[in-house]
Design a protein around this ligand. Sequence first.
Ligand code: ATP
Length: 253
Amino acid sequence: MGNAIIKVNNLVKKYGDFEAVKGISFDVMEGEIFGLLGPNGAGKTTTLEIIETLRKKTSGEIIVDGKNLDNEPQAIKNIIGVQLQAAGYYPLLNLKQIIELFSGLYNKNVNALELLDTVNLREKAKSKFKELSGGQKQRFSIATTLINQPKIIFLDEPTTGLDPQARRNLWELIKDLRSRGATVVITTHYMDEAEELCERVAIIDSGQIIALSSPSELIDKLLATGFKRPKAVKEANLEDVFLNMTGKEWRDE
Ligand code: ATP
């Protein structure tokens, strides 16, 4: 991990009089999985969508892969992968056709079935988006971020609503994207997920970054204050029972 592929400097976003993002600064390093954590309404999606060129900032500077967002938004769009909003999943097209449509728009030559393979959805190539289960929809939405072979992938709560195995399988998929060289920026409300996936996390609260470090360093810092978690009474929990009984394979086919 070497260079900062995203630089955010003093970013402010106001909605009318309300300041949702209050001058935050952070770097995302090339090749890392970087997490944005924080309570509902903290400003995570706003921050992501500004970097993705989908929302206008009020002030501040953003550089993505050496390109200034103010001058070269299109160049930034070309190298990032963003989950399509549901409206992008044309209801009359099947999954393969949607991928082919977008590859055409991006001017990329993508093998739709191979791409569906990477998210374990080849069997559903002829299905419509609305016919998919929740987990399959999330996986398809991740596949759509890969169509333009991006350097940076943005995932906004990609595992919300998924069952425990499906979440773990998506974690493997996200790690796989990183091992193929992508940088991943992810928001999540699941701290186990952030701990498992992220090299570094920024914790945002009320529009400000209140911590930025690796999960392990943040935990050590808390422990150094004398914090002790109440001891678990049993050495397994209900999630362990669930996973042990239902297995770890993709199950929603
Ligand atoms: P969540 O975890 O609930 O998704 P978030 O951290 O992603 O939250 P944002 O969606 O960025 O939070 O919202 C930050 C704040 O800005 C919230 O108070 C929200 O109500 C406000 N906000 C977001 N979008 C708009 C908008 N288009 N107009 C006015 N206020 C907005």
